[in-house]
Design a protein around this ligand. Structure first.
Ligand code: SAM
Length: 241
């Protein structure tokens, strides 16, 4: 039996002999765009049950059905890392969500800071980007993209055991590094184009869970900073070790 080339996320339990109905859009993608037919193999993920090889048993324009044959990967959870970032322009925000999923974030939390450019996000659209990224990167887990929330409120209620890698542009060029930091539960915090306000910076520097980090000698754009910070964290404490 050939390996499945197409990977698809479904909101349906996956297991041996499980029948998986397809929605109209999924049927259009598999049978209209990818030109699959009855008998074709598809790799299915649902973010919970690992990856399953499934066979197309019904193929129509408005729907279809797949049958799970065998598990091809177990569920692989990422490390317990949250990415907190202030939304920027649409395409760059999409990029951050896509890269955070590929690089192994467990949760993605858009936060509104004093200088955040946008007051609204389309959470459903960003979640769909995370799904697409998981399909594309071979992952079996899809991080939740939370609704936009105020950074102040999030910090006021911050879980005691979770550390914060606070990427502070004011430290550019300084020697502040993640270093020998320890702990399993972490969050990376990236600010908006305008950076953090003096009040936010003071609050974060005083926060007992915060580790202030400089990302080298140059100021990075927020999307670059998110990727750089995740790389540093994954290399030091995550599943790239
Ligand atoms: N407008 C700000 C300035 O000129 O100082 C720069 C903000 S930067 C475009 C967006 C975010 O990326 C910052 O809030 C910070 O979280 C992160 N960042 C960028 N470069 C950084 C650096 N060298 N060290 C630490 N954080 C950095």
């Amino acid at each position: 039996m050939k390996d499945a080339k197409v990977r698809l996320y479904v909101e349906h339990p996956l297991g041996i002999g499980q029948s998986v109905p397809l929605e109209r859009e999924q049927a259009h993608y598999l049978f209209g765009v990818m030109r699959l037919a009855v008998g074709a193999q598809v790799a299915l993920i649902n973010g919970k049950d690992g990856e399953w090889r499934a066979e197309v048993v019904e193929a129509g324009k408005r729907g279809g059905r797949l049958l799970c044959a065998a598990q091809t990967k177990p569920l692989q959870m990422p490390p317990d890392l949250w990415l907190l970032f202030a939304p920027i322009k649409k395409a760059r925000t999409d990029f951050i969500v896509e890269k955070a999923t590929e690089m192994g974030a467990a949760r993605i939390l858009p936060v509104q800071t004093a200088y955040t450019n946008s007051e609204r996000i389309r959470q459903d659209r960003l979640q769909a980007h995370a799904v697409e990224a998981a399909e594309q990167c071979g992952g079996t887990y899809v991080p939740e993209v939370a609704e936009l929330q105020k950074l102040d409120r999030l910090l006021a209620d911050w879980p005691e055991e979770r550390k914060i890698m606070f990427c502070d542009e004011a430290e550019v060029g300084s020697a502040k590094r993640l270093g020998a930091a320890e702990g399993e539960k972490w969050a990376i915090l990236i600010g908006p184009e305008g950076g953090f306000s003096p009040e936010e910076r003071a609050k974060l520097h005083a926060h007992p869970q915060a580790h202030v980090v400089a990302l080298g000698p140059r100021i990075l754009r927020a999307d670059t900073a998110a990727v750089a910070a995740m790389t540093i964290w994954q290399q030091a404490l995550g599943d790239w070790q």
